[in-house]
Design a protein. Structure first.
Length: 180
């Protein structure tokens, strides 16, 4: 008799454990995007003069999930399940969050070059046709700042044989910083 009651209690525990595991797995499967987040919210923008045409080139690296969600929201579209957003939406978002001022103090518009994706990263390339030297250029990067309080945008430039880095955070707002 003791063996049967022990077996019955053991099977109840096993069923409860199995049901608990199924519930946890179901909850994770329902919303996997919420279940995992980046420990840091960053973008990296590399700026250089393009050797092909001498214009300023920006290459922006961003996490595909965060970036595509913000781009879709900016464009008034639903968040894409596969993180693919149309190139015109990306170009519009980048143009509204990355500001370049030429040495004369004029706004220098960005032009789309392309996009490539490697794993969970997007690489967006833009150029600034009116800028042919980085001397005296100022810029601001507010990429993703409207979505993540802890967002940090790193901008690296290669200029006169030296590499310089700048950081942009929510505290900077849209303040333009000179390229060192």
């Amino acid at each position: 008799m003791t063996m049967r009651s022990g077996g019955l209690a053991s099977s109840r525990v096993a069923r409860w454990a199995a049901a608990s595991i199924v519930c946890v797995c179901a909850a994770i499967a329902v919303d996997t995007r919420t279940a995992w987040t980046h420990p840091l919210h960053t973008t990296l923008t590399e700026i250089a003069l393009d050797s092909a045409d001498g214009t300023m080139r920006l290459t922006i690296r961003a996490f595909a999930d965060d970036f595509s969600a913000v781009v879709a929201k900016h464009a008034g579209r639903p968040r894409p399940a596969d993180y693919n957003v149309p190139a015109p939406d990306i170009a519009s978002y980048v143009a509204s969050t990355v500001f370049v001022e030429d040495p004369n103090g004029n706004h220098a518009p960005l032009a789309w070059i392309g996009l490539r994706r490697t794993g969970d990263l997007m690489w967006i390339t833009m150029r600034v046709p009116s800028v042919r030297s980085l001397r005296g250029v100022k810029l601001s990067s507010t990429l993703l700042l409207e979505h993540f309080d802890d967002q940090v945008n790193i901008v690296q430039t290669t200029y006169d044989g030296h590499r310089h880095s700048m950081l942009f955070t929510a505290g900077d707002g849209r303040r333009l910083k000179p390229i060192p």
